[in-house]
Structures are given as structure tokens and as C-alpha cells.
Design a protein around this ligand. Structure first.
Ligand code: PMV
Length: 298
């Protein structure tokens, strides 16, 4: 095997986080930032972890890569990773790294079966990170574009009108695993009320998929606002994320919401027809942000 680089993108969830864990639909979109896995020939399977990753995160990464090595017969390669994605912010960094590593280790698989094999191996890695992932992150990373998940199966969704998503980062948040567990405890304690909210999130996702394919960005923005309200009502937002949602709306966003597991930190997204002015304004306020552009698939 010669030296080889395999890139996999991160993602934002446009609609449907948390509902997805309970089998409701969701819409996720691949972003330009991601993880690159590089392999080169070696005498045995060797992982060189990024020097910047220490402690629990470093250990979790080693466990996941070791699982992938085991499941692929410990190939004689040296594996290195490079990431442009902020970690643990709701942007699918573990999903992207699982897909990048899986692509690198399965590079010799025939192309007709590669998508499914990468899905399966990346899911095994994701399980070491999250326990019971919905699978949305790694499947979006593996396919790119905008993916509409119904019954946990992805289908490409092509937006009728182009749009921008501003991703604003508002600081640290708890792990997805912990936030999902804490919500599960509330769902178990008050099933009627919480299941009703999760079902409503599922309905919003369906309306959002229609709005996207009809090019009704105003409706999509409104749906994102309502979705954020439900997530906040279920205890998944806080003052930092709520404040950024309000800042984005004041900057002209058609809609804004937290994205990913939430928990008063991480990433907040805003929907715009053109986000350049809003992105500049956030940068002037020292808010770490970037823009992803989406348009109809050719
Ligand atoms: O914050 P992230 O990127 O780990 O996304 C979590 C999305 C959830 O719906 C909360 C969990 C899942 O497995 O889908």
C-alpha cells in the first residue's frame, strides 16, 4: 500500500437531533470541514494519535481505532489523523473520523460494496464513542450532501434554492453520551410529555424536508425556530446557545437553532440566503464561526 489520504466531512443537523435517537426522522448536511486519515506501509498496524489529543479524548480515540484495526485483521499500516473540525461541538467529529479511518482501512474493498462496508465499520467505531448512536453522523459523512433520514435510512435531499448555514461556536458542552442519557432519564420519568415532544420534532422534520425540496427557505427557517423551542423546552439549551440563536436571528437569519446534542455550548446554526454579512459581524464580535453553502445537486 502506498501513502494514501482519505477525507471525511463533519456535519450539521438541520432538524431532528434527539428525535433521531427515538427513531424519528432527521435531516443532516455534510460541511466542508472534516478529518483526513493517512495510511502508509508499515511492518504492523500502528496508530500515531495527534499530539494535541490527550486524556479521556485521546483514550477514546485509541479505543475506536483499535476496534477498527481488530475488525480489519490488523493491516500492516501506519495510520495518522488530521482534523479541521472542532471536537465535541456537535459537528460530527467522531463520525467523520470513523468514516475517514474506515475508508483508509477498507481502501482495497471493491467500490460497489465500499459504501456499505465503510458504514458498518464506522458504526462499530461510533459505538465505542457514543454507546447507542443513531448512525446519522457517520452515514452523512460517508455520503456527503444533505441526507434525509427516515427509519434511520438516508436519502439524498436536493434543495430547490441555494442557501448558507452559519455555524457559530459558543464554547464547551457536555458529551453527547451524557446529554442523551440525561434526556433518556426524563423521557423515562415523564414518557407521555417527552414522547409527545419527540414526535413533534419528527413532524417538523417532515415539514422541513418538504420546505427544502420546494425551495421555501422562509418556512424552513420558521421550522428551525420552532424546533429550537422544543429542544430548549426539553432542557437541551442554555443561556449561551439561546443567546447565539437570538444574535443570529437579529443578524437576519431566516431561522436559528442549536445543532447536535446541545447542552448550553457547542454549535448553533443560522439559515441565510447569503450569510457573508452575518459571518463578518460575528467575527467582529470574536465569535468563532464559519459558513457552509448548499445548493442543488447536479
Ligand atoms: O452532537 P452530536 O454531533 O454528537 O450529535 C448528536 C445527535 C443526537 O441526535 C443527539 C444523537 C444521535 O445519535 O443522533
Amino acid at each position: 500500500m502506498t501513502a494514501d489520504a482519505h477525507f471525511a466531512p463533519g456535519k450539521v443537523i438541520l432538524l431532528g437531533e434527539h428525535g433521531a435517537v427515538y427513531g424519528e426522522p432527521a435531516i443532516a448536511a455534510a460541511i466542508s470541514l472534516g478529518v483526513t486519515a493517512r495510511t502508509s506501509p508499515a511492518t504492523r498496524a500502528t496508530f500515531v494519535p495527534p499530539a494535541t489529543l490527550k486524556g479521556a479524548q485521546g483514550q477514546a480515540l485509541k479505543t475506536a481505532v483499535n476496534r477498527a484495526f481488530e475488525l480489519t485483521g490488523r493491516p500492516a499500516v501506519r495510520l495518522e489523523l488530521e482534523s479541521t473540525l472542532p471536537l465535541s461541538m456537535g459537528l460530527g467529529s467522531s463520525g467523520a473520523l470513523s468514516v475517514a479511518v474506515s475508508r483508509a482501512l477498507l481502501a482495497s474493498t471493491p467500490s460497489r460494496s465500499r459504501l456499505a462496508k465503510v458504514d458498518a465499520l464506522a458504526l462499530e467505531m461510533e459505538r465505542t464513542f457514543h454507546g447507542t448512536p443513531s448512525g446519522l453522523d457517520h452515514m452523512t459523512s460517508n455520503r456527503g450532501g444533505i441526507q434525509y433520514f427516515v427509519n434511520r435510512r438516508p436519502r439524498a435531499l436536493s434543495p430547490r434554492r441555494p442557501f448558507d448555514i452559519v455555524v457559530a461556536l459558543v464554547g464547551e458542552r457536555p458529551s453527547t453520551k451524557l446529554t442523551v442519557q440525561q434526556l433518556r432519564a426524563r423521557v423515562q420519568r415523564w414518557p407521555t410529555r417527552y414522547r409527545r415532544q419527540l414526535k413533534e420534532i419528527g413532524l417538523l422534520v417532515k415539514e422541513g424536508a418538504q420546505a427544502l425540496s420546494h425551495g421555501d427557505l422562509e418556512a424552513l427557517g420558521d421550522i428551525m425556530n420552532v424546533d429550537h423551542g422544543i429542544l430548549a423546552g426539553m432542557g437541551l439549551s442554555g443561556s449561551k446557545t439561546d443567546d447565539m440563536v437570538h444574535q443570529l436571528r437579529a443578524l437576519g437569519a431566516l431561522g436559528a437553532k442549536l445543532t447536535g446534542a446541545g447542552g448550553n455550548g457547542g454549535a448553533v446554526i443560522g439559515l441565510f440566503t447569503d450569510a457573508s454579512r452575518a459571518a463578518k459581524a460575528l467575527t467582529a464580535r470574536h465569535v468563532h464561526n464559519f459558513v457552509s453553502h448548499f445548493e442543488r445537486e447536479p
